[in-house]
Design a protein around this ligand. Structure first.
Ligand SMILES: Nc1ncnc2c1ncn2[C@@H]1O[C@H](COP(=O)(O)OP(=O)(O)OP(=O)(O)O)[C@@H](O)[C@H]1O
Ligand SMILES: [Mg+2]
Length: 247
């Protein structure tokens, strides 16, 4: 535990869970998780300067095709910038082992894919692929409850609705307890009431555990209600960065 704490830059509180549980609190409230400078990805996205502080809720909004997904993908090195620098915890993002990086900075894609089989199989395979210890049904049921699903673990994911799949996919990501969560429109398939419930849950989750949450949302109203920082992207450029809450 001491070694783990020492290995986490400015990380002083690490709750223990299964596997590489890496959630805690930074002593420096200004600590930057990501710093982007003169970043360019093809002719799709240009970011002159952007700093994202740890343990904040950041919402990215903007019209379709504006570059929101592209920005998220740059943050866990799913794609690489053509020029400029992206620092993660003060070091060039390209210097991290991509697999190790994506275990800390986990992205929920806009259209998540399910593993074949039941919800239980999905949770089990998620842990196995991440080389984590197996967990039991109690943990899985608790996660389902967190995402507001009252379904048996035996349910075949083939038969889930789009919104149910989205919530199982979110639960799978939460199961892995990443330090930074990149969510790409996690509520796009949900009705307004369920969207509100899910975003509130994930924001509370992040705040309680010191997780850095960066989420794309189509609804500016959602961002205005929940975000500490709102980034508006338009036509591949940052149009505005607004601090809505000073935390
Ligand atoms: N790998 C790629 N090759 C070519 N064009 C791409 C690639 N990835 C994205 N694009 C284009 O870049 C632009 C931005 O895409 P991106 O997916 O980042 O937008 P977005 O803001 O997430 O949109 P949406 O709200 O529809 O999800 C779009 O015009 C898209 O077609
Ligand atoms: Mg997108």
């Amino acid at each position: 535990m001491a070694d783990f704490a020492a290995s986490c830059n400015k990380y002083y509180l690490c709750s223990m869970g299964s596997g590489n549980f890496k959630q805690g609190h930074y002593t420096d409230p200004e600590y930057k998780m990501f710093e982007l400078e003169n970043v360019k990805f093809r002719d799709i996205l240009t970011v002159d300067e952007l700093k994202l502080k740890a343990q904040r809720v950041t919402c990215i909004v903007g019209k379709s095709g504006g570059g929101k997904t592209t920005l998220l993908k740059l943050l866990n090195n799913l794609i690489s910038a053509d020029s400029g620098t992206i620092l993660y915890k003060g070091k060039g993002i390209e210097t991290y082992d991509p697999v190790a990086l994506r275990r800390e900075v986990m992205m929920l894609p806009q259209q998540p894919l399910m593993f074949s089989g039941s919800i239980r199989d999905n949770f089990g395979k998620t842990l196995r692929f991440a080389e984590r210890e197996a967990a039991g049904d109690a943990v899985y049921r608790d996660l389902l409850q967190q995402v507001g699903l009252k379904l048996p673990l035996e349910t075949d994911t083939m038969n889930l609705s789009g919104g149910e799949k989205q919530r199982v996919a979110l639960a799978r990501v939460l199961l892995l307890q990443p330090e930074t969560l990149l969510l790409d429109e996690p509520s796009s398939a949900l009705d307004d009431e369920t969207e509100d419930f899910i975003i509130r849950m994930v924001v509370d989750y992040a705040r309680e555990r010191g997780v850095t949450l960066i989420t794309v949302t189509h609804a500016t109203s959602v961002a205005e209600r929940f975000a500490d920082v709102m980034i508006t992207l338009f036509d591949g450029k940052i149009q505005r960065v607004e601090t809505l809450k000073d935390t």
